[in-house]
Write a protein that binds this ligand. Structure first.
Ligand code: HGY
Ligand code: MN
Ligand code: MN
Length: 402
């Protein structure tokens, strides 16, 4: 079987898992039944390839060809979880490509000079517990285990409880030994914008990553008083939704004031409304804000404006500084792929960014996305471009492990 056929075969296996029959979107959340199915699938594929499967202290899965305790290895892979009603490609494209690369190398008798690892990071999207890249943040020590275990989902279930319900221990924590096994990390990912598509079509379907914009998540809590939606006069109401609505508009305006030569974006994508009845005045609303820009000062400015308007309401949930990928690794990867390979920064966050922040030599490959749509069932990459991605990853691994 060619590498491309192998990729197509594995891709088809994953497609039905966690796909919602109504929306067509994926609902693959950390430590749920779907997540368990995906982890089992990953473990089975790795076993079939003869890789040694381990987990770090946060439950991220690592499958090794060779012994990374003797010498740090080249790691490829990504994540299998999704945002609510996400697309098929964000995450799985990198994991499936990595498995196909390993099979191809093994089938052709390649002898790696260093160990090769495939990773499946857990809880990259933070869809359930709110903090993105929870798996890599705890692994690297960027988030304490106490904080992670205390995060709760929409039903009030804590991560500690979710881990136990999944039959796991809540004894999680940073894992310097697991981190020390990574000599370099190359995460292949679907592009989440149209930059590659807008380039000359003669250029590559694959780009090398340069950097990740600074970005963060904040929550804003607004309090009102529950009452009857029909009998309470407008003048007597304390409706928490009104402040939340002002907050969403103010966030958009604060970003728009700064959006110019450098992009600046802000989104309120999630609300928790209590008591949550159509005919009840909201007694509390929590709004979650995501804000990003290539310029850190612009994001900070948005938060300063909002904090001035809504003092005491806003708290930071996560913050990731500008991340530049490792210069020498990025250059080497680009050299391996050819001097015309485009270089691309991204406004999306990735485990690769968290590892880079922790000092691991890291870079990324992006596969062209013809519409730029992502975090939606519409997310798509042409099969030929996915194949170009897996071939590019093969070239890169052959070079790094030669
Ligand atoms: O939210 C993000 O940037 C992501 O795709 N993890
Ligand atoms: Mn994503
Ligand atoms: Mn992703």
């Amino acid at each position: 079987m060619s590498i491309v056929e192998d990729f197509d075969h594995r891709w088809a296996q994953l497609l039905p898992v966690g796909r919602h029959s109504g929306t067509g979107g994926y609902r693959r959340y950390a430590w749920t039944r779907e997540d368990h199915t995906l982890r089992e699938w990953f473990a089975g594929e790795c076993a079939a390839l003869g890789l040694d499967l381990t987990e770090d202290r946060m439950g991220n899965q690592w499958a090794w060809w060779g012994d990374p305790d003797r010498s740090p290895g080249v790691v490829i892979g990504s994540h299998l979880d999704s945002v609510p009603d996400g697309g098929a490609y964000d995450g799985p494209l990198g994991v499936v490509s990595a498995l196909s690369v390993v099979r191809e190398l093994k089938d052709h008798g390649f002898t790696p000079s260093v160990p090769i690892g495939v990773v499946n990071f857990g809880d990259e999207e933070g869809a359930r517990f709110g903090v993105a890249c929870a798996g890599s943040r705890v692994l690297t020590g960027a988030m304490t285990p106490e904080r992670a275990l205390g995060l709760t989902d929409a039903d009030g279930v804590s991560m500690a409880e979710a881990l136990r319900a999944a039959g796991r221990t809540a004894e999680i924590g940073a894992d310097p030994a697991a981190l020390a096994r990574i000599g370099s990390f190359v995460e292949l990912h679907v592009e989440q914008g149209r930059a590659l598509d807008l380039m000359d079509p003669a250029t590559s379907a694959v780009a090398v990553g340069t950097d990740i914009w600074p970005h963060g998540r904040w929550r804003a809590d607004f309090t009102g008083r529950a009452d009857h939606a029909g009998t309470t006069a407008l003048a007597d109401r304390q409706d928490a939704m009104l402040e939340a609505a002002r907050f969403a508009l103010a966030a958009r305006e604060a970003a728009a004031r700064r959006d110019g030569e450098h992009r600046c974006v802000a989104t309120v994508g999630k609300l928790d409304v209590r008591p949550g009845g159509v005919n009840a005045i909201p007694s509390s609303v929590t709004a979650w804000l995501d804000a990003r820009s290539p310029q850190e000062s612009l994001v900070r400015g948005v938060i300063e404006d909002l904090t001035a308007m809504f003092p005491d309401a806003i708290s930071e949930e996560s913050w990731t500084e500008t991340t530049r990928f490792h210069d020498a690794l990025t250059t080497r990867v680009r050299d391996a792929l050819g001097p015309d390979t485009p270089m691309l920064g991204t406004g999306a966050g990735h485990d690769a960014g968290i590892l880079a922040q922790a000092g691991v030599p890291t870079t990324m490959l992006f596969v062209r996305n013809p519409t730029g749509a992502s975090h939606t069932p519409e997310e798509f990459a042409e099969p030929a471009d996915c194949h170009a991605g897996v071939e590019a990853l093969l070239t890169v691994v052959k070079d790094l492990a030669a």
